[in-house]
Write a protein that binds this ligand. Structure first.
Ligand code: SAM
Length: 354
């Protein structure tokens, strides 16, 4: 295990206010904007037919289709040129009602603007604050005590897809200090927040849940359990296995950074895909973290590539892909304040037949 301290780059870029909690931890306020309520409450909407450049440069063909809000939503997908070995498709975000041209950032309509990165600037309606106790730097084996960009990306996705997650049963893997689960609890009926118990992590998650309990949906049941990717599903405690039977969505942010952990993570994903009868989708946020290597004479994202290889190996056991891996369209707004760097991606895994 490395004795070097690692630091999430988030702290230098996010505009949050931190205080020292006296035990070496910081307590930071993460401000977010609630999604535009009027759009969420409309009963129907129509997508416009178009092809635009989005999702990290992939070309997306959009279909004209009507969709009723409030129903369980299965995203429309279309093939994209991903350049990856694994067949990754682009997923249209359900709430991408507004065509965004990334070639011409700036003003689109009188009420809708995009920033220089092409992210939608949302009307500032109502703000919320999540207060989180965390570390600002740790050894590599305790990175869960910090907050990473993936947690905020996934939190943005939940805020933007409120209808999808409302009254749902959610499992978060590798939750860290619990920010994404806390956002999920604003809409879900149940959130099972899990991680390994190292450096008092599970206790810290419980404290953070308590700090923000006023934000949660009052009918949401939240629990914190140990779930170690290196423990096989058969050996999970019976109570956890029973709870998992209701889970519809699995979330994981920034858990792909070490090949050993990645292998165990993929084994866990496959077990969950096989064992959870109500599972609709797994969402994985990650930063590709490109490095230049002399061996490749190119910039490569070794941890991401290793994840794709591991997943593909297990997915293609019998020569057919049982599950599909989809690149979620990234042009949903930023509700939290952080740098949505271009290496950030959001993947969705679901049964190939869905
Ligand atoms: C980079 S942190 C991300 C934390 C949080 N999701 C975020 O984005 O802020 C990686 C997370 O994976 C967890 N992790 C590492 N090894 C694990 C294992 N074997 N089983 C489950 N979680 C693990 C860590 O404890 C940590 O919470």
């Amino acid at each position: 295990m490395s004795t070097f301290e690692v630091t999430s780059e988030l702290y230098s870029e996010a505009e949050f206010c931190s205080t020292d909690s006296g035990n070496g931890n910081a307590v930071s306020k993460f401000t977010f904007t609630y999604p535009n309520q009027t759009k969420q409450l409309s009963t129907t909407t129509t997508r416009t037919a178009e092809a635009d450049k989005s999702c990290n440069g992939t070309l997306i063909e959009r279909d004209m289709r009507e969709q009723t809000n409030g129903s369980d939503i299965d995203e429309s997908e279309s093939e994209s040129e991903s350049g990856d070995d694994v067949d990754i498709e682009a997923e249209l975000n359900d709430d991408c009602y507004v065509p965004v041209s990334f070639d011409q950032p700036g003003k689109l309509q009188s009420s809708i603007e995009v920033d220089k990165d092409g992210d939608l600037l949302v009307a500032r309606l109502r703000k919320g604050v999540i207060e989180i106790e965390h570390r600002k730097s740790t050894l590599l084996n305790m990175v869960g005590l910090q907050i990473w960009r993936g947690a905020l990306l996934l939190a943005d996705y939940i805020l933007h897809n409120e209808r999808k997650f409302r009254n749902s049963h959610i499992l978060e893997l590798g939750s860290g200090v619990g920010l994404t689960s806390i956002v999920a609890s604003m809409y879900a009926r149940e959130v099972i927040c899990t991680d390994i118990d190292i450096g008092g992590l599970l206790g810290l998650i419980r404290d953070n849940i308590q700090r923000n309990v006023h934000l949660s949906n009052p009918t949401c049941r939240m629990s914190v359990s140990e779930l170690d990717f290196k423990v096989s599903y058969q050996d999970y405690p019976q109570t956890l296995k029973s709870q998992l039977q209701s889970v519809q969505y699995v979330l994981a942010a920034d858990v792909i950074y070490d090949d050993d952990i990645t292998e165990a993570f993929v084994r866990t994903l496959v077990s969950l895909l096989l064992e959870l009868p109500k599972l609709k989708a797994i969402y994985i946020a990650l930063e590709k973290r490109y490095v230049f290597t002399l061996e490749d004479m190119d910039s490569v994202a070794p941890c991401y590539d290793y994840f794709l290889r591991c997943f593909q190996k297990r997915n293609n056991r019998f020569g057919i892909n049982r599950w599909k891996l989809i690149n979620v369209c990234m042009n949903f707004p930023r509700y939290f304040d952080y740098d949505k760097v271009k290496d950030l991606v959001l993947l969705k895994i679901c049964h190939a037949s869905k």
